[in-house]
Design a protein around this ligand. Structure first.
Ligand SMILES: Nc1ncnc2c1ncn2[C@@H]1O[C@H](COP(=O)(O)OP(=O)(O)OP(=O)(O)O)[C@@H](O)[C@H]1O
Length: 353
């Protein structure tokens, strides 16, 4: 899906891992996991996109690919028109890879692992600022760090900068990591389950803080979450998009009013059904999923990959792979049901009553 003013363009990107470990590997068989499979997505200025889906659907791999930390096996990622991997491989880029690296930052679930346990917070924040902004004097650097720490509520900053990571709570560490990313003035921050490890009471506070700072820094975010309530909160507050992933693909993407308010893809409907505070008062049409088990990612079902679990599957879904249908509202869904005139509607159901 394309946007105006795009910073990052993901164009038909796949990431396939070939694995010869495991049982079949003993017999020399190599299996391919299609962690990301033919995804196109643009990230614009001041944009927010939240990737949601079950464990193993490819959210982290797509996120890492978007920020240039994972090389795609197919397709391209461009940053302001510059192919990231051509820049990384030094093919005379218009934008050097170091500049791309600075512009695309990541915040992980575990802030502890992102901070050197032997360094005081001041050193952890000073070093990257010095590396990326060598013309900035020590006093100016210190001023920026203090101002940002105060802005995220780590006050008094003079006290926090003298501490080591083990002297901070999880929420405080995550704020320090956020400050460290923002000091580099990035265009895009990938927040990979960045709030999942925080106490529930702190999650909303952290999401609010990140979105407030977005306005100040003109930063775009790609949030990764397995929790549809959090994804809804972020998308609602930011006016951003939600992208629902299933077995390496985006099966539905668009604004919150469409994707959560009126989901088109049966998988999005199942996710919504499984999130009680989103489903309240919507009646009970029965279980919106036929099988709980996630299919083997090395051996995906034919046709629509969701068809064995889909309560609305018809014969055509077993053989034909749906493309993305756009409905003119900014939403696209990979389901034949999104097309009123599709042969799906005349195809016999494969679901037992
Ligand atoms: N380096 C790798 N080598 C082989 N397979 C991998 C590798 N990284 C990821 N995978 C596989 O790719 C698929 C997608 O993994 P990924 O971590 O992107 O999913 P996810 O949606 O982020 O899951 P989770 O929410 O559990 O973190 C999984 O089947 C995973 O086992």
């Amino acid at each position: 899906m394309s946007v105006d003013n795009s910073i990052l363009s993901v164009d038909d990107v796949s990431v396939h891992f070939t694995d010869s470990s495991g049982f079949l590997g003993l017999f020399g068989e190599r299996q391919t996991v299609r962690a990301v499979d033919g995804i196109s997505l643009d990230i614009g200025e001041n944009d927010v996109v939240t990737l949601i889906g079950e464990s193993g659907c490819g959210k982290s791999t797509l996120g890492k690919t978007i920020i240039g930390a994972q090389e795609p096996t197919h397709g391209s990622i461009t940053y302001r028109g510059q192919d990231i991997w051509e820049a990384k491989n030094g093919r005379d880029p218009d934008i050097p890879f170091s500049e791309i690296r600075r512009s695309l930052q990541i915040i992980h679930q575990d802030p502890g692992s992102a901070l050197n346990p032997n360094q005081r917070i001041l050193t952890s924040l000073m070093l990257p600022l010095k590396k990326w902004n060598p013309n900035l004097g020590e006093e100016e650097r210190r001023k920026r760090i203090y101002a940002l720490l105060e802005r995220v509520g780590l006050t008094p900053a003079e006290d926090f900068v003298e501490r080591f990571p083990h002297q901070l709570s999880g929420g405080e560490k995550q704020r320090v990591v956020l400050v460290r990313s923002l000091l580099l003035n990035p265009d895009v921050i990938l927040a990979d389950e960045a709030i999942s490890a925080l106490d529930v009471s702190l999650r909303v506070e952290m999401m609010d803080l990140m979105l407030e700072l977005q306005d100040l820094f003109n930063t775009s975010y790609v949030f990764i979450s397995h929790d549809l309530s959090n994804a809804r909160y972020i998308a609602e507050k930011s006016g951003g998009r939600i992208a629902v992933m299933y077995l390496g693909r985006i099966v539905e993407v668009g604004p919150i009013e469409q994707v959560i308010g009126d989901p088109q893809h049966p998988y999005t409907q199942a996710l919504k059904w499984a999130t009680p505070n989103l489903y309240e008062g919507e009646g009970d049409d029965g279980l919106p999923i036929r099988k709980i088990d996630i299919p083997d990612p090395t051996n995906r079902p034919s046709g629509c990959h969701f068809h064995p679990r889909c309560p609305k599957a018809r014969e055509v879904c077993e053989t034909n792979d749906p493309g993305a249908f756009e409905d003119g509202s900014g939403r696209a869904a990979r389901c034949f049901r999104a097309d009123d005139t599709h042969e799906y509607w005349d195809s016999p159901s494969i679901v037992d009553d």
